[in-house]
Design a protein. Structure first.
Length: 139
C-alpha cells in the first residue's frame, strides 16, 4: 500500500536536492531528530548503500534506513532496516522542475497488515516528512 503527498516550492530543484540528499542535515528539519550516517554510499557518500540512523527523543528505538535509489536532482529512495513498526516501510521522494520551481512528491510504502491503520500511518508520515522538507527548503 502507498500513500503520497505532494507540494510545490519556489526553490529550484538543485537546492531541494541539496537539502533532501544531506542525510545528516535532516537533524535541522525541526522534527526533534538526530541523524547520523552509519555507512557511506557510492559513488556519493549519501548515495546508494548509505545507511542513516535516525534517533528521536524519548524511548523510541533508532530507525535505521538504507538508501536504495539516488538520482541527483530527481529521486531519492530508502527502505527501513529496523526501528519502524510498519512492515516493509520504504520512502521515495521525486523532484520535478516546474518552471524554476520544484514539485516534490513524497511516497511512503508499507505492507498491508491492518489496512485502515497502516494506510493512515503511511499518509501521516508522508505528509509530516513532506512538510518538514518544504519548511527546510524554504528557509
Amino acid at each position: 500500500m502507498q500513500a503520497t503527498s505532494t507540494a510545490t516550492v519556489s526553490s529550484p530543484v538543485d537546492h531541494v536536492w541539496e537539502v533532501l540528499s544531506d542525510h545528516e542535515g535532516m537533524s535541522e528539519w525541526r522534527l526533534g531528530i538526530k541523524v547520523t550516517l552509519r555507512a557511506e554510499g557510492t559513488p556519493d557518500r549519501n548515495g546508494v548503500g548509505a545507511v542513516r540512523v535516525i534517533d528521536a527523543p524519548g524511548p523510541a528505538p533508532s530507525i535505521v534506513e538504507e538508501i536504495v535509489a539516488f538520482e541527483p536532482g530527481r529521486r531519492l529512495g530508502y527502505r527501513a532496516l529496523s526501528g519502524v513498526p510498519l512492515k516493509n516501510y520504504a520512502g521515495d521522494v521525486a523532484l520535478r522542475d516546474v518552471g524554476g520551481r520544484t514539485e516534490i512528491t513524497y511516497t511512503i510504502s508499507v505492507d498491508r497488515r491492518l489496512p485502515l491503520a497502516d494506510r493512515a500511518a503511511a499518509k501521516t508520515i508522508s505528509f509530516v516528512l513532506l512538510k518538514a522538507l518544504v519548511r527546510q527548503v524554504s528557509r
